[in-house]
Structures are given as structure tokens and as C-alpha cells.
Design a binder for this molecule. Structure first.
Ligand SMILES: NC(=O)c1ccc[n+]([C@@H]2O[C@H](COP(=O)([O-])OP(=O)(O)OC[C@H]3O[C@@H](n4cnc5c(N)ncnc54)[C@H](O)[C@@H]3O)[C@@H](O)[C@H]2O)c1
Ligand SMILES: [Zn+2]
Ligand SMILES: [Zn+2]
Length: 395
């Protein structure tokens, strides 16, 4: 089959690879009908994530048709399913608490050294996201093997278009969890750093959870426009200083809750960001955590910090004093996708959440290398690329 393989920094190719096979009775095989490129994939593309090997198949946002089932899969051939990016067993201590992204059972035992030394624990299994997370082949491919298919995939009712539900695989539940972790109370003002897919779904979710005002921050005009569409006020950080603007907009108090939906590749000519960039390029550091620093500094006393954004290693210049003195709380983590999928599918079906607004480009899977480059180089206009294995010409 054809699949998108990683070969190094800014080098992804459509390779011919072996078709996946059932290796465990709980597996199923899916014929992919739609798969998206994620902001997290850019961290791989830009070479920030360790333990990648040449030939690794990428992609963790995908859906398709079940074409083969293991003896213990609960799915049936022909069903259409969306697959969560987190691989979880459904029956361990963590899964019992619905903390699916903490499940250790999706990870083969011999790949945990780096995670143990960085995090003091093993990582969880993820599709298409390095050998530290299990080395699973991802879904930017014609076919994909899905482990624990009796737990993860959600069946999509007939007649519902792929583009409506594909984002249940990651970014919609991630934006939703981000808003939930911000513990929004009616009347709150919530500030969201980053108007990528995660930030935009966090904006929608925050309003649905009762926020009175949502302030969205980015520097790409088109992405800020999308946030406005949902009722957000906006700050373009290239036109106004974010902290000062937030203080002015909140009577000098600061937002009740702040959400960092930027992550380890923050943009902007800020002193701390430039130092982080130099450190990263000389292998003295890993992350550029400008947005979480700024979110903590801007949050009101006693407020809440939610950090869906991904960070990888150790950071400095972290405003620990401000965090303590202001009495903030912080919640973060990979999304417990399986926990949120059923309710969010209903919300989509009832028209409460708009998903399709985000898709800027639909392309054949074969154009995936071009798609990665476009997504990297033109983030203003390219908000989300959906790759379709069955498509022949871009739309
Ligand atoms: N927790 C999870 O399970 C999970 C799941 C998916 C994605 N993520 C992470 O969430 C983050 C966002 O994902 P995405 O797909 O929306 O990414 P994205 O790259 O499409 O969007 C990030 C946005 O942040 C903006 N930005 C950059 N620097 C900024 C700054 N200084 N201030 C304000 N905005 C700034 C960029 O312009 C961009 O629009 C990434 O770190 C991604 O890895 C986490
Ligand atoms: Zn993703
Ligand atoms: Zn588990």
C-alpha cells in the first residue's frame, strides 16, 4: 500500500510499504477514507521529537471503513469509524478512571528508556508519533492496524459525512478538554493563546461551557477571523502587546482562565523566545515555552491555567514565582479522547459544534508531502488539510 513516511527533518515521502495485518485478536484493519495533518505532526516534521526512524508512517487523525477484524474485536466489517489518536486498553487502572491517554498497555516494553529518564514514567501508545510512543504506523496511509479496536474507535452513523466527524480523533476533544480543564464558570473571561485547530475548538467549547468573553490571541489574521466568527474578541500580537491588551480588556485584573494552545514552537520576536530558539538550534534546549510563560503572567490571581499545548523536555525562565504568588492551578496532558468522543459526536449531530469551518484544503493522500510543506509555510490560510486516499485531484 501507499503511506506517508518520515525520512528526516522536512523530508516526508509517499512510500510503498507492506499492508498491515491483524497481530492481536483485539485488532482491526481500517481502509482510511480521511486523515488530517495536525499541528503536532509539524513537531515531527521540524525534527523536534526524538526516537523517529526513517520510514515511520505518520498520521494520528484518521477515520475509515473496517475491512478486517480480529476474533475479539467488537466491530463489524463495513462499519465506518473514527479512531482516537491515543491507544488505550480500556481495562487498566488508568482506563478505569477514564484517563485513557495515561494507559501504559499500548506500549511495547522495550522503548521506554528515554521516556523514563525524561518523565519518570513510560509514555502511552500513540499512532504515528515516534518510537517513544510505541512506534505504531499511523493513518496517513491507505490502510492502518488499530489495536484495542473494541475500546477506541467510535462507529459513525450512516449518512454523516467524514468531514463532519473526522476531528473527533484529536483536535475537537483536545479543544474541549482544554476548556474543561480551564474550569470555566458562567460569566468568565477566558484567554486562548493560539488560533490553530486546538485553539479554535477551545474557543467554541469555552462559550458552550458558559464563558461570557473569550479573547483569542495569534498573529495570523485569517485564523483570528475564524475565532471572531464564534464571538471571540481578538489580539494580534504583532499589532498590540498581549499582556497590556489583556489588562486593558479586563480592567487590570487579567482573564479568569488562560489556555495555552501554542506549544513548543512559539512564534514571535520576544526576548525569551529568541533565547529559546538559539538554545534549541544549538541543542542546549528543546522547547520554546513563550506562550505558557505569558499565559501565567497574564492570568488573574486565583485563576486557572489549562495547557493542551505539547511540550517535550525541560524549560527555563518558567515564572514559578508568579504561579505561586497568584495562587494559580494548572491542568494539562494528552487528551483522553475516548472519554469525550460519544458526547462530542452527539454535539456535532445536534449542530451545537461546527467542525467543517476549519478545513481549508482537501487533497489526495498522494499529495501529502506537498500538504506538509503548505501547512508549515502558509499557516495563515492553511488551517487544516484533510487527505483523502480515494481522491485524485485536490479540491
Ligand atoms: N494535548 C493533546 O492531546 C494535543 C492534541 C493535539 C494537539 N496538541 C498540541 O496543541 C498545540 C496546538 O495545536 P494546533 O494543531 O492548533 O497547532 P497549530 O500549529 O496549527 O497552531 C498553533 C497556533 O499558535 C499560534 N502562535 C504561535 N506563537 C504564538 C504566540 N506567541 N502567541 C499566540 N499565538 C501563537 C500560531 O500562529 C498558530 O496559529 C500544539 O502544541 C499541538 O501539539 C495537543
Ligand atoms: Zn493531532
Ligand atoms: Zn489501559
Amino acid at each position: 500500500m501507499k503511506a506517508l513516511a518520515w525520512h528526516g527533518k522536512h523530508d516526508v515521502r509517499m512510500d510503498t510499504v507492506d499492508d498491515p495485518e491483524i497481530v492481536n485478536p483485539r485488532d482491526c484493519i481500517i481502509k482510511v477514507t480521511s486523515t488530517a495533518i495536525c499541528g503536532s505532526d509539524l513537531h515531527l516534521y521540524d525534527g523536534y521529537i526524538p526516537t523517529m526512524k526513517a520510514g515511520d508512517v505518520l498520521g494520528h487523525e484518521f477515520m475509515g471503513e473496517v475491512v478486517e477484524v480480529g476474533a475479539k474485536s467488537t466491530l463489524k466489517k463495513g462499519q465506518r469509524v473514527v479512531v482516537p489518536f491515543t491507544i488505550a486498553c480500556g481495562s487498566c487502572y488508568h482506563c478505569g478512571k477514564h484517563q485513557y491517554s495515561a494507559c501504559p498497555n499500548g506500549l511495547p516494553a522495550d522503548n521506554q528508556d528515554i521516556a523514563m529518564s525524561l518523565y519518570g514514567t513510560e509514555m502511552s501508545g500513540l499512532f504515528g508519533y515516534s518510537h517513544m510512543t510505541g512506534g505504531y504506523a499511523g493513518g496517513q496511509a491507505e490502510y492502518v492496524r488499530v489495536p484495542f479496536s473494541d475500546v477506541g474507535p467510535i462507529v459513525i452513523p450512516d449518512g454523516v459525512d467524514d468531514d463532519k466527524v473526522l476531528f473527533l480523533s484529536d483536535i475537537l476533544p483536545t479543544g474541549w478538554q482544554a476548556a474543561e480543564y480551564a474550569q470555566i464558570e458562567p460569566g468568565d473571561t477566558v484567554a486562548v493563546w493560539g488560533c490553530g485547530p486546538v485553539g479554535l475548538f477551545a474557543v467554541q467549547s469555552a462559550f458552550l461551557m458558559g464563558a461570557e468573553r473569550v479573547i483569542a490571541i495569534d498573529h495570523f489574521p485569517h485564523r483570528l477571523e475564524l475565532a471572531k466568527r464564534f464571538g471571540a474578541e481578538t489580539i494580534n500580537f504583532e499589532e498590540s502587546a498581549t499582556y497590556e491588551a489583556l489588562m486593558e480588556m479586563t480592567g487590570g485584573i487579567g482573564p479568569d482562565a488562560v489556555i495555552d494552545a501554542v506549544g513548543l514552537e512559539a512564534h514571535g520576536l520576544f526576548v525569551d523566545n529568541v533565547i529559546d530558539q538559539i538554545k534549541a538550534s544549538t541543542f542546549l534546549g528543546t522547547d520554546r515555552p513563550h506562550s505558557i510563560r505569558q499565559a501565567i503572567i497574564a492570568c488573574r490571581k486565583g485563576g486557572r491555567v489549562s495547557m493542551p499545548a505539547v511540550y517535550g523536555g525541560f524549560v527555563d525562565k518558567f515564572p514559578l514565582g508568579a504561579f505561586m504568588e497568584k495562587g494559580l492551578t494548572l491542568k494539562t496532558g494528552q487528551t483522553h479522547v475516548q472519554h469525550y468522543m460519544p458526547a462530542l459526536l452527539n454535539a456535532i449531530m445536534e449542530g451545537k459544534i461546527d467542525t467543517e469551518f476549519l478545513i481549508s484544503h482537501r487533497m489526495p493522500l498522494m499529495d501529502a508531502p506537498k500538504g506538509y510543506k503548505m501547512f508549515k509555510d502558509h499557516q495563515n490560510e492553511v488551517t487544516k488539510i484533510v487527505l483523502k486516499p480515494g481522491m485524485t485531484a485536490a479540491a
